[in-house]
Design a protein around this ligand. Structure first.
Ligand SMILES: Cc1cc2nc3c(=O)[nH]c(=O)nc-3n(C[C@H](O)[C@H](O)[C@H](O)COP(=O)(O)OP(=O)(O)OC[C@H]3O[C@@H](n4cnc5c(N)ncnc54)[C@H](O)[C@@H]3O)c2cc1C
Length: 1084
């Protein structure tokens, strides 16, 4: 399989260097001897530590700066600052402690970069085991030097760690002498420390070679008569050292190891085969090593009679169908050799399993560089860019080959590549599945439904990644493309996407190193979008719009591969010792794939053409034809000129069927989703809310959220007016959203599933309208993604909070912070473990004019001093996991940049926060009412087919509004024939219709004239909707009898929330007062 290069070491390594071959030859000639240069004999090699044996602080700093977005060069400049008397040098001489150094150093860095620099984190990285590791090439060299009888020493400028131990991450046993600056109190380039080292070695200066990466240190050594090597990179330094010493310091072929026990192959039969193949007579040994990558097809280095070869074979054991097709690799490389595509020179395919146990092929060993770390550490930004450009160019070359011209026209099927690939990888995944991975299940459903239309069929590599390319050692040119196992004829965009995997993986990802945590601009590496554009440009193609699909599929495929490796590790077939670890990463990668699926779903949705609402002819309520909507479909439309002020600007769309086609489609998609996923989930969600786990989010909700995202049913609430570029949401008008929101209101759980629930919606709107870019990046994005939740803290127990000017919580300035103190309650959502943000309202200036005293602060929920006292209940309901909390804020320090808009703007924000959000509750209340009425009708009418099934025990009883078990008869008459029941139904229908018209009218005026102009309409509907819903639900409860009060039906909860909204959305009286005030004003 294809992850040939899994588990490779992280640093840039010489892969197959021509120079190395010379060493091998020398080694075979047995040229072991003491070396003389200019008549003097070398008796010792003295190594500096940082920059020679381990990475230099400068190099570590450069990478750390990229990752932490610190201006490049800051650390190095601060290290040099002050020269001999600077903090760094004093630290090296142990004149100051680590704490003292970090204090001074931090101050210097902050002054230089004019921002706070977390130097502690740099220091931890510098001294971490991950970074402070001896270069393998140096370990090899030291072993060889000592084997020849020479002494070794380390002469280091180093320091004491906070634990009082000196920083020396080396095995002391490798050195005869260790001289440390912090122990001696002397630093290089002071000549005394070199003399001390020589003295301990018992040698004259001319008898030793000194290696250091810093010019002044090298110069000081040279002036004492020591031979020196200035180290720029360890590999080159070792070459120079070899030249001085006259013997090889390398032990073997890079990236190889002795053949693992389980992977041994018979040398004798192989040697015989090779002798025949190459036509050579040799009695010399066959040298065999195994490349340390090769998850899929074990790969070996062979040296026989001065020929350097590579053998690649199938793994032993039972194999997954169509995997490990080494024959195909051989065929395509042979064909491409003459087509201008750089490939290794293949020599022979041997399908006779008797030679090494399985079929294999042999190719020539290709010298060059393989970049194993895709962030290309140690290179200049322009060099990195050139490498990625060369990679893009070679890919274009592959995709430009005419398969027929090279005899590969039958190399794969023509067309329908992606559907076949999806089927293949689903099959591969299923064949190796060990447990259910939710994201994989979702992708298996999603991918076939979103297949792109394939534009072109070309040769595809199938595993096109940077570390499958051998580069020229001196210029950015690809010398060979390796690992063709997955090549075929297909959609070339798959290769482009696959070569961008690293862009989205973290640098710590153990299988394929990525760089999603690095600043690409600083590195000089093109972003994935640019890489796609570059490709399209080179190929003369229009830009690829649907590349998120290709990314989703590529990650899905990677996840399936990792799962295969894991499965084989369990069954003992995998060729890597780390395979088990690999499998555990499947879930991580599948989640990445799903993120792209979601992005693609949303892109398709956003590209639908939107039209303004149209005026349609008006009909009346019709009896339902729809299976799911038992109460009737509203096949009617508009009241033209809903508001006199906006008569000329379009009519009021009062029916979903009259919405513009894309929004109507969206409405029906939402309806289907409610029917297929939300209503059936209600019993389970309700049980979760009653269980001991209720204060943790329900996994089912999380799963439904992902499904809704993929359907583009996500963040529908943000009004077009607040988000005109549709950057954050679906860009619906208030009227359009009113129809959708009503539908969501029919289930208590639905709003959260579509990321359309309060108080997040109001908070997100606040951030969109008033947040700075930094505030948006920190808070808005996670909220929009549904990864975080939030709360809004205004109400206080000790004051009448319906009047926001009464709020007493204080916000006081203190240095670069605001300090808040206050007591709040009824804070919805604050108990949710996902709640990361509290939008806090308090007073910054109690002496300012009444409406300028309040301010709004963004308070991270993990700030010390936030003390949740208790969850409050609404008629006994806890509303877990978000709940409604009582909470104290005690000396909570919040950075000043968390203030929204500025001090004194809180009242204004609180008003704006509830812009369109001010009527979302009303829209949902219409949904509550419709469902209550539907349940009531179903209760009293003869059973539906579904209800009959339930009666027969075929289905679980559910919350579904059309389900009913038995026709109910009281006092000799079915309920449906009782006059009062009929009157209640009629009354409810009329009240719902009235309220809906008022909601839509308010939304319409907001759309056309703005929120301020709609003040009267908003106040009217807020006055009307909660009471109307309470009455309709109350009637339904009455018709249900005692069952209506139980939690078997959603009625009791609907009632509770409708009642609570008569406070939560502002008390009725306040809205009445507004209506009256405006009415009187209008009259006058
Ligand atoms: C379920 C629920 C969730 C909530 N979520 C949040 C939240 O997330 N964040 C938050 O900050 N708050 C929240 N609240 C609190 C809610 O916003 C307040 O309850 C509301 O603003 C009223 O404030 P109060 O309770 O202090 O009542 P008060 O202001 O004390 O009012 C009490 C009563 O006085 C009368 N009254 C008030 N004003 C007038 C007037 N102008 N004319 C005549 N009579 C009047 C009314 O009868 C009113 O009901 C929530 C409340 C509930 C029930």
């Amino acid at each position: 399989m294809c992850v040939r290069s899994c588990f490779q070491s992280s640093c840039l390594q010489w892969a197959w260097r021509t120079a190395f071959l010379k060493h091998i030859q020398r080694r075979h000639q047995g040229s072991h001897r003491w070396t003389h240069l200019g008549g003097s004999t070398y008796r010792a090699v003295i190594f500096d530590m940082g920059g020679v044996l381990i990475p230099s602080p400068g190099r570590v700093a450069a990478e750390w700066e990229v990752q932490n977005r610190i201006p490049s060069g800051t650390i190095l400049k601060a290290l040099m600052e002050g020269g001999e008397n600077g903090p760094w040098m004093r630290f090296m001489r142990a004149e100051i402690t680590a704490e003292g150094f970090l204090r001074e150093f931090g101050r210097l860095c902050s002054e230089m970069s004019k921002a706070s620099v977390p130097v502690d984190s740099f220091f931890s990285l510098l001294t971490s085991e991950r970074v402070a590791k001896q270069f393998p090439v140096m370990t090899e060299a030291i072993t060889q030097i000592r084997a020849k009888g020479l002494q070794t020493a380390v002469l280091s400028n180093n320091f004491y760690l906070p634990n009082q131990k000196s920083f020396l991450p080396l095995d002391r046993k490798q050195f005869d002498v260790v001289v440390e600056s912090c122990v001696e109190g002397i630093c290089k380039p002071d000549p005394r420390i070199y003399k001390l080292c020589l003295e301990r070695l018992g040698l004259q200066p001319s008898e030793s070679i000194f290696l250091d990466d810093l010019g002044p240190n090298v110069k000081a050594a040279a002036s004492l008569g020591i031979h020196t090597i200035k180290v720029n990179d360890p590999e080159t330094a070792v070459k120079e050292l070899e030249a001085l010493l006259g013997f090889t310091l390398r032990l073997g072929v890079p990236n190889t190891q002795p053949v693992r026990k389980t992977m041994e192959i018979p040398k004798d039969s192989l040697k015989k085969y090779l002798k025949d193949l190459l036509g050579i007579q040799t009695t010399g040994p066959l040298e065999l090593l195994q490349f340390d990558h090769g998850q899929s097809n074990p790969t070996y280095y062979i040296r026989l009679a001065n020929r350097d070869l590579v053998l690649r074979k199938k793994p032993p054991g039972t194999l997954l169908p169509s995997a490990h097709a080494i024959e195909r690799e051989f065929r395509i490389m042979k064909a491409l050799a003459n087509a201008g595509v750089p490939v290794p020179n293949v020599l022979d395919l041997c399908e006779d399993s008797s030679v090494v146990g399985t079929p294999f092929y042999v190719m020539e060993y290709c010298p060059g560089l393989i970049y194993k770390d895709p962030s290309l550490p140690g290179l200049e930004p322009s060099h990195r860019r050139a490498i990625y450009t060369a990679m893009n160019t070679v890919l274009c070359k592959i995709h430009s080959v005419d398969p027929q011209a090279v005899g590969l026209e039958d190399y794969g099927k023509q067309g329908a590549y992606i559907p076949r690939q999806v089927r293949t990888w689903v099959k591969q995944y299923r064949a190796s599945e060990t447990s259910t991975i939710p994201a994989m299940e979702r992708l298996i459903e999603w991918l076939p439904l979103h297949l792109p239309h394939q534009q072109r069929t070309t040769l595809v590599h199938g595993d096109f990644r940077l570390d499958n390319l051998v580069f020229h050692p001196e210029k950015p040119e690809v010398l060979a493309v390796l690992d063709w196992e997955l090549s075929t004829l297909g959609d070339p965009l798959i290769d482009v996407a696959y070569s961008c995997l690293a862009h989205y993986l973290p640098s710590s990802f153990p299988v394929l190193r990525g760089f999603n945590d690095c600043d690409l601009t600083q590195l000089g590496i093109p972003a994935a979008e640019e890489y796609f554009r570059m490709y399209c440009l080179q190929m003369g193609l229009p830009p690829t719009e649907n590349w998120n699909f290709y990314m989703a599929f590529s990650f899905f495929r990677l996840a399936a591969i990792l799962q295969g490796v894991y499965w084989r590790s369990l069954t003992g077939q995998a060729s890597s010792a780390h395979a088990e670890q690999t499998g555990k990463l499947t879930e991580f990668v599948s989640n990445l794939a799903w993120d792209f699926a979601v992005k693609e779903g949303f892109r398709v949705f956003k590209e639908m053409p939107f039209k303004n609402p149209l005026t349609r002819s008006c009909h009346t309520w019709a009896r339902s034809q729809s299976q799911w909507y038992p109460i009737g479909t509203r096949s009617y439309s508009s009241v033209p000129e809903a508001s006199p002020a906006h008569a000329s600007r379009g009519g009021l769309v009062i029916s979903p069927e009259s919405l513009s086609p894309p929004v109507r489609e969206l409405y029906h998609r939402l309806k289907r989703f409610m029917e297929q996923h939300v209503y059936p989930a209600e019993p389970e969600l309700q049980s979760h809310q009653a269980s001991a786990a209720r204060w943790s989010p329900s996994p089912l909700i999380e799963d439904l959220k992902e499904k809704a995202k993929a359907e583009g049913l996500w963040n529908l609430f943000l009004p077009l007016e607040a988000d005109p570029e549709k950057k954050y949401g679906a860009g619906l008008t208030n009227v359009e959203y009113a129809h959708l929101c009503e539908l969501m209101g029919t289930s208590l759980y639905a709003p959260e599933i579509y990321n359309c629930s309060a108080p997040d919606t109001g908070n997100m709107e606040l951030l969109v309208r008033y947040g700075t870019e930094a505030q948006k990046a920190r808070w808005l994005m996670p909220l929009l993604e549904g990864k975080a939740r939030s709360c809004f803290a205004m109400t206080e127990p000790q004051v009448a909070s319906s009047d926001a000017t009464n709020i007493e919580a204080s916000i006081r300035e203190e240095d670069s912070f605001y300090v808040i103190n206050g007591h709040k309650w009824w804070i919805t959502g604050i108990l949710d473990p996902r709640c990361q943000l509290c939008v806090f309202m308090g007073k910054t200036d109690p002496h300012a004019p009444r409406h300028r005293q309040q301010s709004v602060l963004l308070v991270p929920m993990d700030t010390p001093g936030i003390k949740i006292i208790r969850p409050l209940t609404v008629y006994g309901l806890e509303d877990a996991p978000g709940g409604h909390g009582e909470v104290r804020f005690e000396h909570v320090h919040v950075p000043k940049e968390n203030m929204v808009l500025g001090p004194g703007r809180g009242f204004e924000i609180a008003q704006g926060r509830l812009g369109p959000g001010r009527i979302h509750h009303c829209m949902r209340l219409i949904g509550f009412s419709e469902r209550a009425l539907a349940l009531m009708k179903a209760r009293i009418q003869p059973p539906t087919a579904e209800g009959r099934e339930q009666e027969r025990g075929l289905r679980r009883p559910c919350f579904h509004w059309s389900c009913r078990v038995k026709s109910r008869v009281a006092f000799g008459k079915p309920l449906v024939e009782q006059g009062t029941v009929l009157a209640d139904i009629a009354q409810s229908r009329v009240e719902i219709e009235q309220a809906r018209l008022l909601v839509l009218r308010a939304a319409h005026v907001m759309d056309l004239a703005g929120n301020k102009a709609a003040a009267l309409d908003i106040a009217m509907i807020k006055m009307v909707a909660p009471s109307m819903a309470s009455r309709v639900i109350d009637r339904a409860i009455q018709a249900f009898g005692a069952a209506g009060l139980s939690s078997d039906y959603p009625l009791a909860q609907f009632f509770t929330w409708a009642r609570a909204l008569r406070f939560a959305d502002g008390p009725d009286e306040v809205h009445r007062a507004t209506v009256a005030k405006l009415e009187l004003k209008h009259r006058i």
